[in-house]
Design a protein around this ligand. Structure first.
Ligand code: NAP
Length: 248
């Protein structure tokens, strides 16, 4: 059986190092390139990489994806910071390429389930807010997972009346960021990895759905699923849940 040749961008970063270890530990993938900032992307071509995993920074990822689309190399992206405008630009680049791209705001299986449970609960409650908690070295806020969760909740609540909220901000930001109509609060604390709580409120009761990622290892099964499946999913696939559905 021939192995999938995998390159990693952001290989010296926290997530990139974990991806290199996870790829090396598989029987069906081979790590052929491990690049970090200022390394020459042409090494991805000369190494014969078929799939490149990007865990870099929101400011670097777009140029990396343009290179991969132009060179017909499949991309698996964990880097966050995408809005709908950036996503549609990337979709066009990969539609014009022989390669495909999978972008997942969260590669953790439990995190994907947390988002699905939140979307399921959303139409049944008057109020909902998201609290996302991460380590203080995280580059962006709110997290990609929180943005994605808010979008899924907003879709599930479409047609519902606006959430009750009589509060006016005495200090800007006191009510968090408004993502698709859902308040999102970002906490950065030493010792944390990646955590999120979605809190729903209705008359006389509330429901909290919480996900905790204690170790970057939690993202690796999802990353490897994407590496194995990206060649079969044309164009842009956004969200790991779409690849899990291919398993059933
Ligand atoms: P990190 O430790 O800062 O790692 C990023 C690495 O990428 C650094 O070594 C950085 O180098 C390098 N880099 C920057 N620009 C590059 C470029 N153009 N080419 C190659 N390498 C480049 O960050 P992290 O904690 O690993 O997180 C990386 C990204 O993944 C973030 O956007 C984070 O939010 C996201 N994330 C996603 C998931 C998910 O499941 N989707 C999970 C966790 C994290 P320098 O340090 O020299 O700048």
């Amino acid at each position: 059986m021939s192995k999938i040749k995998v390159g990693v961008l952001g290989a010296k970063g926290r997530m990139g190092q974990a991806v290199c270890t996870a790829v090396t530990a598989t029987n069906d993938c081979e790590l052929v390139a491990a690049l970090d900032l200022n390394d020459d992307l042409s090494e991805l071509v000369s190494s014969g990489a078929e799939v490149v995993v990007d865990f870099t920074t929101p400011s670097s990822v777009e140029a990396n994806l343009r290179f991969l689309a132009e060179h017909n190399i499949h991309a698996v992206v964990g880097t966050t910071g995408f809005d709908s405008e950036k996503l549609s630009k990337i979709a066009k680049q990969f539609d014009a390429s022989k390669a495909n791209v999978v972008i997942a705001p969260n590669f953790g299986l439990a995190a994907v389930l947390m988002m699905q449970f939140a979307a399921k609960a959303a139409p049944h409650f008057e109020s909902v807010e998201i609290i996302e908690l991460h380590h203080p070295r995280k580059a962006d806020a709110p997290s990609g997972t929180a943005r994605r969760t808010a979008e899924l909740i907003a879709q599930a609540r479409s047609g519902m009346t606006a959430m009750p909220d009589a509060t006016s901000d005495v200090l800007p930001g006191a009510r968090g960021a408004n993502v698709a109509g859902v308040p999102v609060h970002s906490i950065r604390l030493q010792g944390l990895v990646a955590h999120q709580e979605v809190v729903f409120g209705g008359p006389g009761e509330s429901l909290s759905i919480r996900h905790d990622s204690y170790d970057r290892e939690s993202f690796m099964p999802g990353v490897l699923i994407a590496v194995r499946k990206v060649a079969q999913t044309p164009g842009l696939t956004y969200g790991l849940e779409n690849l899990l559905a291919l398993d059933s």
